[in-house]
Design a protein around this ligand. Sequence first.
Ligand code: ADP
Ligand code: ASP
Ligand code: MG
Length: 313
Amino acid sequence: MVTTLAPEAVDYRSTGRMSTPPLPLRVLKFGGTSVGSEDRIRTVARIVKDTQSDARPVVVVSAASGVTDALVLATTGAQPWPEVRAFVSRRYRVLATSLLAPTAGAIYALDVEAVLSRLDSVFSHVGSDSALSKAATDDILSAGERLSVPLIARYLEAEGVPARATDATPLIRILTDGSVDHATTEHLIRSWACTLGPGVVPVITGYVASKASGATATLGRGGSDYTAALFASALDAAWMERWTDVDGIYTADPRRHPEAERYERLTLAEAYRLNRTGGLGMHRDALGPLVRAGIPLRIRSTKEPEKAGTAIV
Ligand code: ADP
Ligand code: ASP
Ligand code: MG
């Protein structure tokens, strides 16, 4: 069962008071392309299973590629909600049809309807000429991650990996100035981790957070990187892996600069500096929690998972 709570609490951190299970913890973050096609999602499951041989995986996922962009169009009024709704629904149903058996697929279709009909009511409460509130906008923008999580969790279950779908909205706390409340977030994540059963792989929404009022907030575009780093630091992970569509960090964006060269290794301090100036294609705050906690990061490609990628140590 994807969402069942474990009967007994375990300490899921690698250096916590209880040391079972003894394997180190690794946070795996899969971006939009990595959860955006049947093939890549099959690769995701293989990576999670491989990881289980020497670590306890904690999985953070983005919206399937194209979905958040489409949701943005709905929030700005550039495209009508019914059209965006149909696109998003079709995008996930096509993936589910390829990946899940009919019964699991039918249950997942209910997950999809639950997420989208919640947004129907958000849109029905605003007039065609009135602007969406920030909370309503963030609720809409969060839909992609909220749809990816049950799909990946159900697919992992079908592949024999016990998984627990987790909406991180209540676990990441945003202050009134828009920054993350690190102390509260760490406490919330650690409390949640104590409810995980041994051997259960959590599959967590990237990008989504909340205010103290409970209103949905987001971490900004590309925010799933930041979510993964916040979980890695709260859970004392041994490593974080960011699985994306390029096999590492390059001297410049390799999509625009084919001559760019891949770094084999960077220090956390170097990568932090380069990323803050916009050079690494990651969320600008993503490396902060890793630098503070001294957690190494590896950037790898789900297109070429055999490649070592870039290590940031
Ligand atoms: P994901 O959906 O996996 O989070 P993103 O599109 O957010 O992926 O980030 C990966 C992209 O970052 C790559 O496709 C690449 O074009 C871009 N990028 C920008 N700068 C760099 C860089 N220095 N090294 C590697 N990738 C970069
Ligand atoms: N889905 C969000 C975005 O497209 C967050 C992420 O992918 O990291 O920006
Ligand atoms: Mg990204």
